[in-house]
Write a protein that binds this ligand. Structure first.
Ligand code: SF4
Ligand code: SF4
Length: 179
């Protein structure tokens, strides 16, 4: 091996690593970080971003939302509710995630204001989350957000057109949009 091809100090000899793609050795990207200051810092920034996002995922429900939503795996096992949901809500996990991050638009879009809190989906939750309670709490918060003007009118109007708001909330919602 010529002198210039020899690995520097702290540098892994990539040629000893198995090929994963033509010309690319496994670990190559991570192995020579000491010679790639920018890459190293980008990696750190990415890890910081991921760490912050994960922390916010936990902190936000603890501060504002329902802490139980943290335990949702997002496994989608609750989708097995299917026609047992009287409100024909197909994606209960979306409602849980929306409740976790207080995403009112997502909650409305997925039929959260149509839920009658019957508990049918709770039997399918592998984490035994109290889904009707979680959805009921989020419904109240969503209605407050609607009245505060936090939710954009076009979102509400579309939900009304799509039949995503049940009789419990429809009068208040209609009043807000002047329908
Ligand atoms: S609690 Fe709501 S989402 Fe779950 S089955 Fe009943 S109506 Fe559907
Ligand atoms: S089954 Fe339970 S844990 Fe899994 S996605 Fe649905 S609510 Fe979350």
């Amino acid at each position: 091996m010529e002198e210039k091809d020899k690995p520097k100090k702290h540098q892994r000899d990539d040629t000893t690593q198995p090929l994963v793609l033509p010309g690319i050795h496994r670990y190559q990207f991570f192995s020579n970080l000491k010679d790639r200051a920018l890459t190293k810092n980008l990696n750190r920034l990415c890890m910081l971003g991921i760490g912050t996002a994960l922390t916010m995922d936990v902190v936000k429900p603890l501060l504002n939302a329902d802490p139980q939503t943290i335990y949702c795996y997002e496994c989608r096992a609750c989708y097995a509710t299917q026609d047992k949901c009287p409100a024909a809500i197909p994606f209960q996990a979306e409602l849980v995630v929306a409740s976790r991050v207080l995403d009112y638009n997502r909650f409305i879009r997925n039929g959260g204001l149509n839920c009658v809190r019957c508990g049918g989906c709770q039997n399918f939750c592998v984490q035994h989350l109290e889904l009707p309670r979680i959805f009921g709490t989020m419904q109240l918060k969503t209605m407050t957000a609607v009245q505060d003007g936090t939710v954009a009118k076009p979102v509400i109007i579309k939900a009304l057109k799509d039949g995503l708001i049940n009789r419990e909330f429809i009068n208040d919602v209609a009043k807000f949009v002047g329908a």
